[in-house]
Ligand binder design. Structure first.
Ligand code: PLP
Length: 460
């Protein structure tokens, strides 16, 4: 016997999925950046709060009519801005199903399946990254919050060793903690540092080499009160800090080594790229984004820590101690109390790809990045980074002031999407390949759009 209310919900899921399918089917042929018409039309929704109820079909019809055309085609194959990834079929389907489940992943009573899938996904991630099986894995909104989570754990552990429980006693009067990060550390690491009350001014900055990798020879001496913030994957160059060298140097100092590998850590999944991460498994905590290179939908960041009890002490809403080997409730391992079953999409992505598919996804994106670099070189561009991963930074020697205009012209053409950047004091543009959807044809089409924009702007 069907229930009228639930039937309405079922119809709404179908309508949303239907409309989403139409959106995806249209992506290959449409502009990447929405056109001005679509941007203007979406303003039709900007009305006062309705007085009366509106049927779900009508609500969804508005989203389909005004929303889909005004969405950036970042789920398509020619969006190379930021490092956005894509959404794998299994992960998209899983998200839709999990939306219907509407689980609260709080503990195993509130969502047996949500917790079970997160536990499997956690174990698979540790197997893939070859990290200690006892490490904790927390599912958060993105690398920003994953960095926050790991650094809160680091702070807790370092101060605990000095008999200071920062969760209870706060930072006022606490023994000092040193923070060491490279000049190229991602802005969100600095945000995590400021949110945690350390203050960004306190960070000891270390210069980088030409690829934006922390220079080991410039590393200050480390001690047991230091957190070292390393990066696997510079957002411009893709450069990965020499993590193994630094871990070996810090051995026996008691320093906490943290690795922000938002996209770069996925290189560990490729037998041909994992050499770039040599020694990363010796660190204390690691961050990686599901929504970047694993291609789960947004929002999905992952915080991994070798010392689960430190994370637990920082995040738990009850007794802040975890017995060895005990699996903590999700609410006690991440900042959020209530949240969706993010691990479902991670599980689906990992399940559908397997080790082979992850390696292929990483390698294919890197191949496309190299094809971009070659194509751009042929057009007279200079490539400013070693293209060892999925990132390409290019400029036109002598015409660097036009690079932002060229990138804007490509975006305006609707053919592709990427943005300007500054790399080692030179203006250029940056292309990041991180979606399973991108093909060689997308690369060629984008190169053609770049050639046209360059011609128009440079001959103007
Ligand atoms: C993208 C990125 C971040 C921030 O990740 P969000 O998922 O946007 O929070 C942090 N560090 C690095 C190296 C990144 O590439």
């Amino acid at each position: 016997m069907s229930n009228e209310k639930l039937e309405k919900a079922a119809l709404a899921i179908l309508a949303g999925a239907d409309s989403g399918a139409a959106f995806l089917r249209g992506l290959a042929d449409r502009r990447v950046a929405p056109d001005q018409d679509a941007i203007s039309s979406m303003k039709a929704m900007d009305d006062v709060l309705p007085d009366r109820k509106i049927d779900p079909e009508k609500v969804l019809a508005q989203l389909t009519r005004f929303g889909s055309p005004a969405a950036a085609a970042s789920a398509g194959g020619r969006f190379f801005g930021l490092i956005t990834g894509g959404a794998l079929p299994a992960a998209l389907g899983a998200r839709t199903l999990a939306s219907a489940w509407d689980q609260i992943v709080f503990n195993d009573a509130t969502s047996p399946i949500g917790i079970h899938l997160e536990n499997i996904a956690s174990r698979w991630l540790l197997e893939l990254f070859d990290l200690p099986a006892e490490s904790s894995v927390g599912f958060v909104t993105g690398a920003t919050m994953a960095n926050f989570t790991c650094l809160a754990g680091a702070r807790q552990a370092i101060l605990q060793r000095q008999g200071w429980n920062v969760a209870a006693q706060g930072l006022n009067g606490a023994p000092p903690i040193r923070l060491v990060a490279s000049d190229e550390a991602h802005v969100t690491i600095l945000k995590a540092i400021s949110l945690l009350g350390f203050g960004t001014d306190a960070v000891e900055r270390v210069p980088c080499d030409l690829q934006g990798r922390l220079r080991v020879d410039a590393l200050p001496s480390l001690d047991e009160n230091t957190i070292v913030l390393l990066q696997a994957g510079n957002i411009n160059s893709g450069g990965i800090d020499p993590i193994g060298d630094i871990c070996r140097l810090s051995k026996n100092t008691g320093a906490w080594i943290h690795v922000d590998g938002a996209f770069g850590l996925w290189a560990a999944g490729s037998p041909t790229k994992q050499y770039l991460l040599e020694g990363y498994e010796q660190a204390d905590s690691w961050v990686v984004d599901g929504h970047k290179w694993l291609n789960t939908p947004y929002d999905c960041g992952i915080a991994i820590c070798r010392h689960p009890s430190a994370i637990h002490a920082a995040m738990a809403t009850q007794a802040p101690y975890l017995k060895a080997g005990e699996l903590a409730a999700p609410k006690d391992m991440v900042p959020e109390f209530s949240r969706s079953a993010r691990g479902v999409e991670v599980w689906a992505a990992l399940c559908s790809l397997g080790r082979e598919g992850i390696a292929e996804l990483v390698d294919t994106c890197c191949d496309h990045a190299r094809a971009f670099a070659e194509g751009l070189l042929n057009q007279g561009f200079e490539i400013l980074n070693d293209v060892v991963l999925n990132q390409v930074v290019a400029t036109l020697p002598g015409k660097e002031h036009l690079m932002s205009e060229i990138a804007a012209a490509v975006r305006a053409s609707g053919e592709a999407w990427f943005g300007p950047t500054t790399w080692r004091g030179r203006e250029g543009f940056r292309i990041s390949v991180s979606s399973w959807v991108t093909t060689k044809a997308d690369v060629d089409r984008t190169l053609l759009a770049i050639a046209r924009a360059k011609q128009d702007i440079c001959s103007a």
